[in-house]
Write a protein that binds this ligand. Sequence first.
Ligand code: NDP
Length: 403
Amino acid sequence: MKKVLIIGAGGVGRVVAFKCAQNAEVFGEIILASRTESKCIEIANEIEKSLQKTIKTAAVDADNVPALVALLNQTKPELVINVALPYQDLTIMDACLEAGVHYMDTANYEPLDTAKFEYKWQWAYQEKFEKAGLTALLGSGFDPGATNVFTAYAAKHYFDEIHTLDIIDVNGGDHGYPFATNFNPEINIREVTATCRHWEDGEFVESPALSTSQSFTCPEEVGTYDIYRMYHEELESLGKHFPSLKKAQFWMSFSQNYLKHLEVLGNVGMTGIEAIEFEGQKIVPIQFLKALLPDPSTLGPRTKGKTCIGCLVTGIKDGVEKTVYVYNIKDHQDCYQEVGSQAISYTTGVPAMIGAKMIMSGKWKKPGVWNIEQLDPDPFMDELNEQGLPWQVIENPNFNLVK
Ligand code: NDP
């Protein structure tokens, strides 16, 4: 009997559970485990109601390797889909090795006390997974995830060599709150406030956070947005796996309102990741802030508008320079109608399910630790079209970025 264990029952975990249940012939039995089991039970009840599919639930502390191994030995899944937080990546990988289970995630490991966004810790598991005959798939969300696959697909089908890559992540959605983040606030704010790095001529070049911006008009009338250059983890693996890349940058849209709040919160110390002493208790400011902000998994009913995330790639084909833009547009309310969540969780959860499907179906079963762009993009791209994230390609678009 096929079986999959999903760890994490937040915004993304909810979508993964729904999409796995929609693809029950591939996943067989589905178990949803998290620190707070009541959240798993709530999702399981909604899946039962809307899809008439029963999924099991469990409580687990994913920071605790013996507890994870006990759950894996008891439930015996083929694959763990890790959609808890980046802090748990290594403990879950250790448990998978001990119990002989394939692994995948959507975000690279991060130590709690430093916002690093580096793959080195997980790449160090390459030999262990290879020797154990197990597959570990890293970064199967949207960015990282679908954007890496878009890059690999463009490189495979449209170019002999790729030279520049701009990943452009626009969220044209509005949730109506003065300030809220679309996924886990702690991870989101750590990412946005980190020093910017982009890949240029074989090395990372640093610049102050959010110091470079420009305007970008999305196709299909999604609108025109201010996009800001920032560091995003896929730049590291894409720079490594596509050595012909001379420059790779990541851009994300932010409203003036979001940036104003972030600046004030930063200025007063609320985004700090180091513990401070408060009335005899240690408090990490960003964790306290997370407790005050709206839970991203509750934004679904209120978020209106569309996301537009894509890759603008330039390079050479048959000696001629060309540009290709591969992108997906998704409507927040369509996601809410389908699985009860907004498009940020949806666009992460669907590629996570597809990555899992690639492993379960054997298409991407390959011992070792892999970034998603190292595997054949074609079956993944086909699945995106089937599973709710259709994409388009524009060859030689009539726009380009200015920086
Ligand atoms: P949430 O904070 O909404 O959910 C995280 C879940 O993990 C919660 O259910 C939480 O449990 C659970 N969890 C946290 N710590 C533990 C632990 N020690 N043991 C067991 N469960 C734990 O986050 P999101 O759903 O927004 O994000 C999930 C992941 O997806 C993150 O790693 C994020 O970085 C990644 N992501 C990736 C994207 C991509 O495109 N690649 C985009 C967006 C997110 P509890 O409810 O008890 O707190």
